[in-house]
Design a protein around this ligand. Structure first.
Ligand SMILES: *Cc1c(COP(=O)(O)O)cnc(C)c1O
Length: 232
């Protein structure tokens, strides 16, 4: 058993344990292994133990890994997506977590329609309104969803995503996660055509267990699985 395999299993075990403790079904929480900046060989290690979901933040890196990987797996576009880079991932990313403008949705629609495919997306929410983060403000989420859902036929909104603030103590993000869950439920209750609010993508290495407690259905964990990243 390699270190990366061990780490993955440990994170998965903690999620399962937390789910049981609070009465959620473990299979309702997808663990996305965030493999950004890491070599393909790290992904191959996890493929050996049947891990299917990987997160990348750079479109070209997602494309390259998608093309080189030995077994088809699911790649999630979790980082900011510029409109001119949609073409790299449109037929490769299983889910785009980072839609934050009508313009971006419009380009996804155009590229998907061209290829006669459909694409699932999440709306990225800058819940804590940090200047350094992408995403829409909470009060802009519902109007944006209504606009996208009524305009496009190849783009399907499946839920919300957020990157919570960097904090020392994960408890500090509980209110953010709670607020995101409430926002998801509020939007769900609108029963908007072509929208299903089934996915809540939140929680990273530092705070994924708090996110699970507050209703995350996808957590995105990098460091705890693959170790520290080297950006040099
Ligand atoms: C890098 C990244 C993660 C994973 O972060 P860790 O703290 O290493 O778990 C999750 N989500 C997004 C959007 C990221 O860019």
């Amino acid at each position: 058993m390699s270190q990366i395999q061990d780490n993955y299993k440990e994170v998965r075990r903690k999620i399962d344990e937390k789910c049981k403790e609070i009465g959620r079904k473990p299979e309702d929480v997808t663990l996305i292994a965030v493999s950004k900046t890491k070599p393909l060989s790290d992904i191959e290690e996890l493929i050996k133990i049947d891990v299917m979901d990987y997160g990348e933040n750079k479109p070209q890196e997602l494309r390259d890994k998608f093309e080189m990987v030995s077994t088809p797996v699911r790649f999630h576009q979790i980082g900011h997506l510029q409109t001119n880079k949609v073409k790299y991932i449109i037929n490769k990313a299983v889910l785009i977590h980072s839609v934050d403008s009508f313009k971006l949705a419009q380009v996804i629609e155009k590229e998907a329609a061209k290829r006669e495919i459909h694409r699932d997306v999440l709306i990225e929410v800058n819940y804590a309104e940090e200047d350094t983060k992408f995403g829409v403000k909470k009060e802009e989420v519902l109007p944006l969803i209504k606009e996208i859902a009524s305009s496009f036929r190849h783009v399907h909104i499946r839920g919300l995503m957020t990157i919570a603030p960097f904090v020392e103590n994960p408890e500090e993000n509980r209110e953010v996660f709670k607020g995101m869950h409430q926002l998801l439920l509020d939007i769900k209750s609108e029963n908007i055509d072509n929208v299903d609010m089934s996915i809540l993508s939140m929680g990273m290495t530092n705070d994924y267990l708090v996110a699970v407690e507050e209703g995350a259905t996808m957590v995105r964990v990098g460091t705890a699985i693959f170790g520290e990243r080297d950006y040099s």
